[in-house]
Design a protein around this ligand. Structure first.
Ligand SMILES: N[C@@H](CCC(=O)N[C@@H](CS)C(=O)NCC(=O)O)C(=O)O
Length: 215
């Protein structure tokens, strides 16, 4: 049995739940983190010494770090669809996953979603937020150019490349910030919104997080 620990409104947990939905994997979801707590329990720390979610246990194989979990589940259950044994084909997805982890997510999720949306107005660092919003606009314009000649980030079909980057879109387009005109990104976002696992695991209300820094 596959078990996933994490709170459903956690960004990094949603990546994993989205893929689990795409792969139609039977699983058990155990709330952890946020108000569900449990991350400091010795049993949890024995699974993930960082005390963070998501964590999975797949028949005794424990994995933490959201992108590592995505790679593990794809390699285990998605060969031919989400995973390729060809290193060149795989790199076309993995470069977007790593770009998302090192560039898009820090600028959007940390810089804008946390710095602007989750931070109470009186505590916001205005210039830093303005800078991050501008950086995100440049990232979206880059994605828009990339998506001019293909429907999905990794190529002609939906794949692993779309998950970490595509997860940002629901919140990016859902908060009141200035955005550039990016029709190709919007068309990609619409394609993602048509996928049942995206609707089920990503398109969840997040307004309870407005102005709230606590998990
Ligand atoms: N790099 C880690 C980050 C994990 C992380 O920071 N998770 C957050 C949720 S998105 C967490 O555990 N927060 C504490 C909590 O939810 O209580 C990953 O991608 O899995």
């Amino acid at each position: 049995m596959l078990t996933i620990w994490g709170r459903r409104d956690a960004f990094n947990v949603q990546k994993v739940m989205w893929l689990v939905g795409e792969l139609e994997l039977a699983h058990k979801h155990t709330p952890a983190g946020g108000s569900a707590g449990g991350l400091d329990d010795p049993a949890f720390l024995a699974m993930n010494p960082h005390g963070r979610v998501p964590v999975i246990d797949d028949g005794g194989t424990v994995v933490w770090e959201s992108h590592t979990i995505l790679r593990y589940l794809s390699a285990r259950y998605g060969v031919g669809t989400f995973w390729s044994d060809d290193p060149a084909a795989r790199s076309r997805a993995e470069r977007w996953m790593d770009w998302s982890a090192t560039t898009l997510q820090p600028d959007f999720l940390t810089g804008v979603f946390w710095g602007f949306y989750r931070t109470p107005e009186a505590q916001r660092d205005g210039p830093a937020v303005t800078d991050k919003i501008a950086r995100c606009a440049r990232h979206m314009e880059l994605l828009d150019r990339e998506l001019a000649d293909r429907p999905y980030l990794g190529g002609d079909t939906f794949g692993l490349a779309d998950i970490p980057a595509g997860l940002n879109l629901f919140r990016y387009f859902g908060i009141p910030i200035e955005r550039p005109s990016v029709p190709n990104v919007e068309a990609w976002y619409q394609r993602l919104r048509e996928r049942p696992p995206y609707r089920e695991h990503v398109m969840l209300p997040f307004d309870h997080l407005f102005g709230r820094l606590a998990f």
